[in-house]
Design a protein around this ligand. Structure first.
Ligand code: HEC
Length: 159
């Protein structure tokens, strides 16, 4: 094989790699499921990581509601901050590749929504406006839960 053919082969392989990586980034590792949602198939520990983050989001919502009910904006900021972008867990690359693009976008929107809640509650926004923000936030939670579920690989294999 001469050098020219070798370099063409190398370029083709490189393009194929980029395309495959791109397709994974957009589609993730999903399959249809019996309840009509898209099932994202993860390892047990990846699933645990995502669900742990989810429970953190719920705790933030709870704290923010409590703060708003008591007109305690410090409490709102304190509850929202751990779910903001800065505090969000670093997603390992292997897990990132399995999450569909839409999931990643909705996930980022969730963290940004908490950032905005922190800023709003620290800059004197009225409670009804903060509550409207939180309502929008929860709409995003509901939409994602209606679209996706998480299944661990072992369970899928046992079906
Ligand atoms: C990017 C998509 C997405 C967003 C946004 C999202 N979730 Fe989730 N969440 C999921 C998925 C998927 C599951 C697993 C559901 C399943 O397998 O049935 C889940 C599960 C959960 C669970 C269960 C945790 C456990 O231990 O079983 C809680 C609580 C939760 N989410 C809270 C929230 C709250 C609160 C918000 C909004 C502030 C939110 N989620 C936003 C996708 C999302």
């Amino acid at each position: 094989m001469n050098a020219r053919i070798l370099s063409i082969v190398a370029i083709v392989l490189w393009v194929v790699t980029i395309v495959v990586a791109g397709v994974f980034f957009i589609r993730g590792q999903v399959q249809p499921s019996s309840d009509g949602r898209q099932s994202i198939v993860l390892t047990e520990s990846e699933r645990n990581l995502v669900l742990t983050e989810m429970r953190g989001l719920l705790a933030s919502v709870q704290g923010a509601v409590e703060g708003l009910a008591g007109n305690d904006m410090k409490r709102v900021a304190q509850a929202a901050r751990p779910s903001g972008s800065a505090a969000a867990q670093q997603v390992p690359p292997g897990l990132m590749a399995k999450l569909p693009l839409q999931f990643k976008q909705m996930g980022m929107a969730a963290h940004q929504g908490f950032d905005e809640l922190v800023i709003g509650s620290e800059s004197g926004e009225p409670a009804d406006m903060l509550l409207a923000r939180l309502g929008n936030q929860i709409k995003n939670c509901v939409a994602c839960h209606a679209t996706f579920r998480l299944d661990a690989e072992a369970k899928v294999a046992a079906k």
